[in-house]
Design a protein around this ligand. Structure first.
Ligand code: PSU
Ligand code: MN
Length: 311
């Protein structure tokens, strides 16, 4: 293990960095707070395997005993999946605003898209894969709840592979903000901004690409021409796992009502809504969530390989 300013890079990842091999960063909030047991550990393993199968190195990121780790071990990933911190304590959801606080307390923390990207970028990684990014919540004009994921995407020149923004959000407002922040939105095998559980949203992408090489080329040109932001590569959920937009929308409205009744807001809102969606759809959102996470990890690995031509 190597220590870089509070960041610990696992040996396998450090070697890959040294040898300039492709690496894909993965987040841990989806493991600890996004998916139920035992699907969370199965999915975390499947994502790492999907990266390896494409010839890249997976690096799951999380806070372990106060250290920001790039490349969690299998045992550490199990702790995130089981919420079984050695010596007790819970696993906080960590975004950039509470990251240092969790590190100072020597606690464990599951990193969101935003926190994962920050740590991974600092460690020298340039490609990251998740399920759906956070964005502008419905009712944000009252609550001001806009995910720190968007701020991170605006500030980190990395490729972020996702299945669009989570459908529980206000997708048109999220799409507007991505444009405002100067973040290129690339459709991977789609002409539309995907809607997480379903493939279409009616919203535009800046460009549609068919291959990882094309996606890598868009990112390289963005950065070579003054872009300092992330490039958002959006791969729709595999067709056989797609849910109908109508079914999803009905469940989302109920889930949001439930959140209001239970007065859930802030960091707890996204995990709450995702678990309500599972309940309201009889678990079919979970199947879609798993499928898109694994698919994205493979796409990210291919892009990481291709990006090596430019770096
Ligand atoms: N994608 C998923 N499941 C998740 C998340 C993303 O398929 O649980 C997590 C990510 O970690 C993302 C976070 O960064 O939800 C967004 O939370 P918030 O809206 O509080 O910023
Ligand atoms: Mn929020």
């Amino acid at each position: 293990m190597k220590n870089v300013r509070g960041i610990r890079i696992a040996n396998g990842v450090a070697n890959a960095l040294f040898e300039r091999r492709p690496i894909v960063a993965l987040e841990s909030t989806v493991i600890a707070h996004g998916l139920p047991k035992p699907l969370n550990i199965e999915t975390a393993r499947a994502c790492e395997q999907a990266v390896i199968a494409e010839g890249a190195v997976p690096a799951t990121v999380g806070i372990v005993d106060g250290a920001a780790v790039i490349g969690l071990s299998e045992e550490e990933i199990e702790v995130f999946a089981d919420a079984s911190v050695p010596g007790g304590g819970s696993i906080e959801k960590v975004n950039p605003s509470n990251l240092a606080a969790v590190m100072v307390r020597c606690a464990w923390g599951a990193t969101t898209v935003a926190a994962t990207m920050g740590i991974a970028f600092e460690g020298g990684l340039r490609v990251f894969s998740t399920g759906g990014i956070g964005g502008v919540h419905r009712g944000a004009n009252e609550s001001f709840d806009i995910s720190a994921d968007l701020t991170a995407l605006a500030n980190m020149p990395m490729v972020c592979v996702c299945a669009g923004a989570k459908a529980i959000l206000d997708l048109p407002k999220t799409r507007e903000l991505l444009e405002t922040l100067g973040i290129p939105v690339v459709g991977y095998g789609t002409e539309e901004f995907p809607a997480f559980y379903s493939r279409a949203s009616g919203l535009e992408v800046d460009i549609s690409v068919a291959t990882a090489d094309e996606a890598a080329e868009v990112a390289a040109l963005h950065w070579q021409s003054g872009g300092r932001t992330a490039v958002l590569v959006c791969a729709p959920v595999p067709a056989q796992f797609e849910l109908s937009a109508n079914e999803v929308e009905r469940a989302i409205r109920q889930a949001i009502e439930e959140a209001k009744r239970s007065e859930v807001r802030g960091k707890a809102l996204t995990p709450f809504l995702l678990s309500q969606m599972e309940r309201l759809t009889g678990g079919s959102t979970l199947e879609a969530n798993r499928a898109l996470l694994v698919n994205n990890a493979g796409v990210a690995a291919r892009i990481a390989k291709s990006l090596k031509r430019f770096m």
